[in-house]
Design a protein around this ligand. Structure first.
Ligand SMILES: NC(=O)c1ccc[n+]([C@@H]2O[C@H](COP(=O)([O-])OP(=O)(O)OC[C@H]3O[C@@H](n4cnc5c(N)ncnc54)[C@H](O)[C@@H]3O)[C@@H](O)[C@H]2O)c1
Ligand SMILES: N[C@@H](CCO)C(=O)O
Ligand code: NA
Length: 922
């Protein structure tokens, strides 16, 4: 009693076994008279001590108070605020946890009930839940103000909609007294708002604090709804209007600074008046030091939660949302992005800056100060553990973590490049540049300057670059005129790709891996910046590369599957067999080797089909017939190149068309890998061949063509192995034609030549036009391919061939007609064979690369029956490499050198070779 008399405020202590429904006055509004407080909506608790706060209490007021207090209450007498605080539930140490439920978690009655369940199932000693307004309500309220301000009468019906929305939710959640209590408060608020909006309507003007006041109602209602639900379930619970607790200083129109000292005092006072272990607090709203209602602006409710967490020195702040946690990259852009279990405050900070859907950096600051962990969890998937953002010592690393935690892009940027010799060593240049940028209020997203100081480049939003460029050109007009500056250039349509991870700071080679991945995806880097904290590396790339870049770097660091998009050109014998082989093997490759091959297009000579995610290979033959488009190789390539989801693309040319081969160079320039059994590019014009190989060698784009010689036999790779290890090729000699091998292995006794050719064609050994085989051209092409591979600069015309195509059939119009007429010429070839047989020899069609003489040959030769070349069977090829190391005994590769299965197998193994170059595990 004595203590209270010294103060103008008196606290009347009560001890009461009130039921939770009893209306017990507490005194949040010190401006209110006692009577008003008694009628207020704050609800007391059972079996606790309470204080009634009386301003300048008179004896009669005290008496009145006692009369209003339910019968079972015992008046304990006046207490000083200090005494009261000791008795109250004022937060102690880490007994409190904070939950935050955003608008989506408050979207429907069912969701509000789920939020209530989450709070109720938390067994912490003290729980404070910060809530956003019911989803969309904040926007609806802003619109109201705007309408009223612009004298648009429809604000009235819009306000009715707001009422309706809350009423419907309340009716679903509550009943009886709970419902009528909520609705009468809602009615009161709505009619007050109506009056206020009317005033705004008449004035045709609103102020920021008016609109903040109006908009703040969303949180008042949602917190009342949630607390009513919890109470209905029998748990005690109290609402906190954070305008009574959180004090902030506005900095500008979209930022405020919390005043923690003042807020702490306010919180102590708040607890002096209430006793609660479960509190539902309004997000988003606060007061200025002058007690004027305001808001925390963007991301307000997260910020409220963080501020409350720090004021309560909470043990943890949980942000409930609709995603399972923070992803390693935007999962809409990177399908195999993973949820990060742990993030440091700094990492979260960096990521949120780069647009990742995490907390706003400033919402992290209040909890960082006390090392309070923030957990991001999915309110709709409680089984997901979420992401914990916590304090992580520098240098402390978790071994299981990826070095780079996350990747993000910022789009729609322009790069400004200020260049000139006059900048080097001139202090103040950078300052002058950025003063000009500041003057037009542009936001500089990143800056990079090489140490030569001849250029400064920085990125700004595309929408601001025009003003920046004009400002700079005007500021540096003189410097540009006299040549101290050479140019102020703008590069439009850029994106920033950022890699974030605290562990990067202590891991050499991180940037090498990052840039390696970008290079492999053929992405040009325009500018680079890395802060000295090394928590992030930022690169500027062309806007159109952003998805490809994001996916390429993400898969590099997360060892996600080496995903390769394939376009198959020519689903004929080889192409079709390849598709069948892929069909049978892709699942195994994915499972066992982390290689994800997806055929996203098949094009034939007449029709094509395109797919974004990958063609179902189990029924590719049906799919190609279902809804084909007319063939258009340009469109086909564009489809592959422009695919949004897979950074690595390869075109597999299974035609024998030289027009298709004409495109290889351009494809390689674009970063599209090329794989082919088609010999036309490598045996065609020397210039084209050299251009293709130069391009491929100077880039990270690959070109593989093992199946062009000896089909699936390792001929090209053997030759490369010899050359690359420094061996010297002297001579390559062999039987290179599966068709001719088959023919001469089977052209015996009474068999006719044309029959055997028919069999070879039937077996799939011949070229689409068998004359290519019989004329020796196919062998000559292979000789050229190996000769060029070995370093000789030969044209196809440099190799004389011995043709087996009868002169009269050279110009028959089609392969079919040729096959029809061939029997007429059987006799001549039978004679040649008989002559050879008579002398104990066999005919063999051989090709030679003579590196000593620098020439190639293709001949029909006779061999003794015990010569290795005479021992072949089927479509066998045999190729002998005579080299400096293999001089006495050549290195020999022998086996079937034609046929659908072995050839397609060779192409397939080139595809896997490509995957391993792209980083697949061996
Ligand atoms: N058959 C073998 O044993 C073997 C061995 C090694 C290499 N090769 C090579 O494999 C390639 C394919 O041989 P194949 O036997 O499968 O031939 P094929 O005639 O059965 O198949 C070629 C397919 O390509 C299509 N095509 C042609 N031009 C096209 C174009 N411009 N655009 C799209 N599609 C087009 C054709 O319609 C056909 O479906 C040839 O280059 C051949 O030299 C074949
Ligand atoms: N037609 C070719 C196919 C293999 O390149 C041959 O018979 O050898
Ligand atoms: Na081969």
């Amino acid at each position: 009693m004595a203590a209270a008399q010294q103060s103008s405020i008196s606290y009347l202590g009560l001890s009461t076994p009130f039921s939770s429904k009893s209306k017990i006055p507490t005194f949040p509004y010190h401006m209110l008279s006692f009577r008003q407080a008694l009628c207020g909506s704050n609800v007391g608790h059972s079996n606790r001590n309470y204080a009634l706060r009386l301003e300048k209490p008179s004896q009669s007021l005290k008496k009145k108070a006692m009369l209003k207090i339910p019968i079972s209450a015992t008046i304990l007498g006046d207490l000083s605020i200090d005494q009261y605080t000791k008795n109250s539930s004022f937060p102690k140490g880490d007994t409190w946890v904070v939950h935050k439920f955003g608008g989506t978690c408050m979207g429907t009655a069912q969701r509000i009930q789920s939020a209530a369940n989450i709070i109720m199932s938390d067994s912490s000693e003290g729980k404070l839940a910060v809530v956003s307004a019911v989803s969309k309500v904040t926007d609806m309220l802003y619109v109201l103000v705007k309408k009223a301000q612009t004298r648009d009468e429809s604000y009235i019906s819009a306000l009715d909609d707001v009422f309706e929305k809350h009423m419907l939710i309340a009716k679903e959640l509550l009943s009886g007294d709970d419902l009528s209590g909520f609705l009468s408060q809602l009615n009161l608020d709505i009619s007050n708002l109506k009056a206020m909006l009317r005033a705004i309507y008449i004035a045709g003007h609103s102020t920021e604090s008016f609109s903040d006041f109006v908009v703040g109602h969303g949180e008042l209602w949602s917190s009342q709804l949630l607390s009513a639900v919890i109470k209905k379930c029998g748990q005690e619970c109290i609402c906190m209007d954070t305008r009574e607790v959180i004090i902030v200083n506005p900095i500008n129109s979209n930022q405020v600074d919390p005043d923690f000292k003042e807020s702490e005092k306010k919180l102590a006072k708040w607890f002096a008046h209430q006793s609660a272990t479960t509190i539902i607090a309004t997000g988003f709203i606060a007061s200025t030091p002058e007690n004027i209602p305001t808001t925390l602006k963007r991301d307000g409710s997260d910020f409220s939660a963080a501020i409350m967490g720090s004021l309560l020195k909470a043990r943890q702040v949980t942000i409930w949302t609709d995603v399972d946690g923070v992803y390693s990259a935007d999962p809409r852009k990177v399908s195999d992005a993973v949820i990060l279990k742990l993030l440091s405050y700094h990492e979260a900070w960096e990521m949120s800056y780069f647009g990742a859907n995490v907390l706003h950096p400033r919402t992290i600051i209040p909890v960082m100060k006390y090392n309070i962990p923030i957990v991001i969890r999915n309110a709709f998937n409680l089984s997901a553990p979420g992401t914990t953002i916590h304090h992580q010592e520098n240098g402390y690393v978790q071994s299981a973590d990826s070095i780079v935690k996350a990747f993000a892009t910022i789009d729609n940027l322009a790069l400004v490049n200020v260049e000139g010799t006059g900048m080097a060593g001139v202090p103040g240049t950078a300052s002058a540049i950025f003063e000009a940028v500041k003057a037009v209020e542009a936001n500089v997203v990143m800056i990079s300057q090489a140490s030569s100081e001849h250029s400064v480049c920085f990125a700004v939003p595309e929408t601001e670059v025009k003003a920046v460029s004009i400002a700079l050109k005007s500021k540096f007009r003189e410097a540009l005129e006299v040549g101290r500056l050479s140019q102020i250039a703008v590069i439009h349509n850029c994106s920033i790709l950022a890699a974030v991870g605290q562990k990067m700071a202590s891991t050499p080679g991180t940037s090498a891996s990052l840039f390696g991945a970008l290079a492999k995806a053929n992405i040009n880097v325009r500018a680079i910046a890395q802060g000295s904290t090394e928590y992030n590396i930022t690169v500027v790339i062309n806007g159109e590369d952003r998805l490809k870049a994001l996916r390429a770097v993400h898969s590099r660091f997360y060892h996600s599957k080496t995903t390769l998009a394939l376009g198959i050109i020519g689903p004929g014998l080889i192409g079709g067999t390849l598709l069948d082989q892929l069909r049978d093997q892709v699942a195994i490759l994915k499972e066992e080797s982390n290689i994800d091959l997806r055929v996203i297009g098949i094009i034939g000579s007449k029709t094509m089909i395109l797919s974004n995610s990958g063609i179902d290979l189990t029924r590719w033959r049906e799919v190609v017939k279902e809804k084909p488009e007319a063939s258009d190789l340009e469109k086909f390539t564009q489809h592959l190149y422009g695919n949004e989801s897979i950074p690595n693309i390869a075109l597999v040319d299974c035609t024998s068309d030289s027009i298709v081969a004409n495109n290889y160079y351009n494809w390689l320039c674009k970063g599209i890998h090329v794989i082919t059994p088609n010999k036309k590019a490598n045996s065609g014009p020397l210039d084209r061949y050299l251009k293709i190989r130069r391009q491929q060698r100077s880039s990270y784009t690959h070109y593989f063509y093992e199946a062009t010689v000896g089909a699936g036999l390792p001929i090209v790779s053997t030759l490369r192995g010899l050359l690359e290890t420094g061996d010297k090729i002297l001579r390559i000699e062999g039987i290179f034609s599966g068709t001719l091998s088959y023919i001469f292995n089977n052209f015996m006794g009474t068999r006719s030549f044309s029959d055997v050719v028919g069999e070879a064609k039937e077996a799939g050994y011949t070229e689409p036009d068998p004359r290519d085989d019989l004329s020796g051209t196919d062998v000559a092409r292979k000789v050229i391919i190996l000769a060029r591979e070995s370093g000789l600069k030969l044209e196809l015309s440099d190799i004389p061939v011995h043709s087996l195509v009868p002169e009269q059939l050279k110009d028959t119009s089609s392969p079919e007609e040729f096959m029809l007429k061939l029997p007429d010429f059987d006799e001549a070839l039978s004679q040649e064979r008989n002559v050879a047989e008579a002398s104990g020899e066999v005919l063999r069609y051989v090709g030679v690369v003579d590196m000593v003489e620098g020439k190639g040959q293709v001949e029909l030769r006779r061999y003794n029956k015990d010569h290795p070349f005479a021992q072949l069977s089927g479509s066998d090829n045999i190729i002998a490499f005579k080299t400096a190391r293999y001089t006495n005994q050549p290195l020999i590769v022998r086996g079937p050198g034609a046929g659908a299965e072995v050839t397609a197998g060779g192409v397939f193994s080139d595809i896997l070779r490509l995957a391993s170059h792209l980083g697949a595990p061996s």
